[in-house]
Design a protein around this ligand. Structure first.
Ligand code: 5AD
Ligand code: SF4
Length: 472
């Protein structure tokens, strides 16, 4: 299905920058430099969005702080995926009344997926007077204008109209890291899994143009980034809404052709349309990390149908088999939901048996959370919470045991890792990732950050590996 793409005109974006410069003139005249805090919840897409917000905020002449009592602007970038995530945000936003009492000049903005939910926007309007500005993911590109309006009018501003979504190129970005970078390749989702709020808050699938993505990847490599993660709710759909005749595998290949020593990662790929072409491309492209995050959600065909996932257990297992055949070293991770409405003990047993069969390197497990407006929220859900919790605990125990076994198999091997940070903790003062994305705690010289090195793995547990830089 093709949807109309709405690209924000360059002149509109130039206008947003002009607003930033206008604000900057004011901030530069202030007795002290104002500070901003951007607090991010949820997924990597939100992390990437926050880097764009910080880009704008930096243009406005703000500095940054981690301390809410020092801040003149606080932006809370929220997640709506589960109720728990929303409750945490509400608790933290409510507590900002203290910071505001100390600094009446503080402007509080709430944005992201939760802000786009009409019920939540209403709740913020009625019960969270501390919030001055609320805007959804579709309005991020015009943050400067919204911010200025809220500051100048001293009235609350809400920009949360429903939208199919937009594509905005060329926003300023202030990246958090110097080794790893996020690169959004598409936005939104068309899948409508029955449990999921994302299509409602992030709009329809829109791909960025092939040349724009490749150009940004090239800039990142030239700027010294060594680990580039391509982001999309469903990267396998990349390009389907464009008339460029290129798909996600073509994109990986084009980025792989950029000269330089770096790794390409991506998130998330839907098993519905993970193709043989994708696996072959991953296998053939030496810069593409041999890791795939392939959320299965459930091992029961009946539940997969109820979830509207468009694949069954057999198709999923075939994909895993093929991917491992083409990439024997492949690291495989997944997401699983426990306690979907109507799930029975038999369905859950199918999930456990799938986990035993696949043996994931790592798993992200969740108890079903009803999201207002989704189909699943209206389904009968008779299983008590305590029962779901028991299933969940059993699954986590199984997953942890498998991860520990997988990690134990690394002990005594030599791995090429990318050193990506200093932990500030002894004796494992460095953190690194294997090609497949497994975390390695290292002991070594801090000058190694940003380089690929060989590491001898000396230990491992459920969560991580431990090692030392190879001596020879
Ligand atoms: N309840 C529980 N887990 C959910 N996820 C998405 N929606 C829900 C929900 N309503 C999980 C899925 C998805 C991951 C990002 O979050 O497993 O893959
Ligand atoms: Fe990311 Fe989904 Fe949460 Fe939005 S709702 S922040 S897209 S995980």
């Amino acid at each position: 299905m093709a949807y109309k793409r709405v690209e924000i005109p360059a002149a509109e974006l130039a206008r947003q920058r002009d607003i930033c410069f206008e604000i900057r003139e004011r901030t530069e005249r202030a007795p002290r430099r104002p500070l901003a805090l951007v607090d991010t919840y949820g997924c990597q897409q939100n992390e990437a969005d926050s880097e764009e917000l910080r880009g704008y905020i930096e243009l406005m002449g703000y500095g940054f702080t981690e301390n809410e009592n020092e801040a003149d602007l606080i932006v809370v970038n929220t997640c709506a995926i589960r109720e728990h995530a929303e409750m945490r945000v509400l608790g933290n936003v409510g507590a900002l009344v203290h910071a505001k009492a100390k600094n009446p000049n503080l402007l509080v903005a709430v944005c992201g997926c939760m802000a786009q939910r009409p019920e939540m926007a209403e709740k913020l309007r009625k019960s969270f007077r501390v919030v001055d500005l609320v805007f959804g993911p579709h309005e991020l590109w015009r943050f400067p204008e919204l911010y200025k309006k809220a500051r100048d009018t001293r009235r609350r501003v809400f920009a949360v109209e429903p939208s199919e979504g937009v594509v905005a190129e060329g926003l300023p970005v202030r990246r958090s890291g110097r080794t790893k970078a996020w690169l959004s390749i598409m936005y939104g989702c068309n899948n409508f899994c029955t449990y999921c709020i994302v299509p409602y808050v992030r709009g329809r699938e829109r791909s960025r143009r092939f040349a724009d993505v490749v150009a940004e990847a090239r800039e990142l490599v030239e700027a010294g980034y060594r680990d580039i993660t391509l982001l999309g709710q469903n990267v396998n759909s990349y390009g389907k809404d464009l008339d460029e005749g290129r798909d996600f595998a073509d994109l990986i290949r084009a980025i792989n052709d950029i000269p330089g020593d770096f790794l390409i990662r991506f998130m998330t790929s839907h098993p519905r349309d993970a193709t043989e072409k994708l696996f072959r491309t991953m296998a053939e492209c030496e810069k593409c990390a041999k890791h795939i995050h392939l959320p299965v959600q459930s091992g029961s065909d009946r539940i997969l149908r109820e979830m509207n996932r468009h694949y069954d257990r057999a198709k999923y297992l075939d994909e895993v088999r093929l991917a491992r055949e083409l990439m024997p070293e492949l690291v495989l991770t997944t997401d699983i939901i426990v306690g979907f409405p109507g799930e029975t003990a038999e369905d859950f047993a199918e999930t456990l048996s799938l986990v035993d069969e696949v043996r994931y390197d790592a798993m992200f497990t969740f108890i079903f959370s009803a999201r207002e407006g989704t189909k699943a929220a209206a389904m009968p859900d008779p299983v008590p919470r305590e029962e779901k919790q028991r299933w969940f605990d059993e699954l986590v125990e199984r997953a942890n045991a498998i991860s520990a076994e997988k990690h134990a198999a690394y002990i005594g091997t030599r791995q090429r890792v990318l050193v990506d940070g200093v932990t500030g903790r002894e004796p494992w003062n460095l953190s690194a990732r294997t090609n497949g994305g497994r975390l390695v705690h290292l002991r070594g010289d801090e000058g190694l950050v940003g380089s690929f090195i060989d590491a001898d793995i000396t230990d491992g547990n459920t969560w991580a590996l431990y090692g030392v830089p190879a001596a020879d």
